[in-house]
Write a protein that binds this ligand. Structure first.
Ligand code: ZN
Length: 279
């Protein structure tokens, strides 16, 4: 019998290693560089970063956030992304276990939706710094989501390969088309284009994992959170209201994260409010 803490330790170690790779993606994808080669170097002194200086979180602490050679400061983004990704995976594990998943299916679900978390995290950090969501993230996410839903339809609530494919394909279309329509209507009302194609493509990727019903929930959650947090941000740091650009991607990511974990409950709760007799 394997004790439960063993699962937690295993997930944390995998999460730290993957989190470290996500940092590479965050710094290299916007620069159009390969995420596989070459090995990482210090951006200032260009010394190769040895494996023992590249251990997630631990090296950051041992080196006290500075390059071993030139003492250049290492951004706190690195350990934050690694710890944040581990926290997301453990959270998934906890919620899915509570929802009744166990054994192989539990690990499969944490892996599958963990990949969505990785895409959400990378897109969020890149969007915050660069105001773009690179196509690479959306394309890789869509391909993995489709392949996973077809190979393991049980992950998306289906029972056949066809169920899995439809779930993903309809989710992709809904994500892209619906957000595109919102942008189009917004442009008609406010007479300015508030959003590029990046966000609809990002929601298409989210829809590939979560399906069309949750796409609706993600649009609702992200626009509510965006209005609330964005509004607060403008009030607190009001400088020039008109020029304040707040990227929408992080709100889509937050909405997707909430939907992924609690979407089914939220949708049931909503229908119990509008149609109490349906219970
Ligand atoms: Zn250096």
């Amino acid at each position: 019998m394997i004790p439960p803490w063993f699962d937690m330790v295993l997930i944390s170690l995998i999460g730290l290693a993957v989190g470290s790779f996500l940092n590479v993606c965050i710094s290299r994808i916007p620069e159009e560089e390969s995420v596989v080669k070459p090995r990482s170097r210090c951006p200032r002194c260009h010394n190769l970063i040895e494996w023992y200086d590249n251990i997630p979180v631990i090296s950051y602490i041992i080196l006290r956030a500075r390059c071993r050679h030139c003492r250049e400061k290492i951004s706190v983004q690195y350990p934050l992304v690694e710890i944040g990704f581990v926290a997301m995976l453990l959270h998934l594990y906890h919620v899915f276990a509570q929802q009744g998943l166990s054994g192989h299916i539990l690990f499969l679900a944490v892996g599958y939706y963990g990949i969505l978390c990785a895409c959400l995290l990378v897109a969020t950090v890149i969007d915050l710094f660069h105001y773009i969501i690179p196509d690479e993230i959306n394309i890789v996410g869509i391909l993995i989501a489709l392949a996973g839903a077809v190979a393991f339809p049980v992950l998306v609530g289906g029972s056949t390969i066809f169920d899995g494919f439809i779930h993903s394909a309809v989710g992709i279309s809904a994500g892209f088309v619906l957000l595109r329509m919102v942008v189009w209507i917004g442009a008609l009302i406010f007479r300015k284009d508030a959003m590029g194609l990046g966000d609809p493509k990002f929601l298409a990727m989210i829809g590939a994992f979560l399906g069309w019903k949750q796409v609706l929930l993600v649009i609702f959650l992200s626009s509510s959170l965006g209005a609330l947090i964005g509004g607060l941000f403008v009030i607190l740091f009001r400088k020039n209201k008109k020029d304040t650009v707040i990227p929408y991607g992080p709100f889509l990511a937050l909405g997707a994260y909430i939907s992924m974990l609690y979407g089914d409950d939220l949708i049931k709760w909503y229908f119990s409010l509008v149609q109490p007799n349906m219970q």
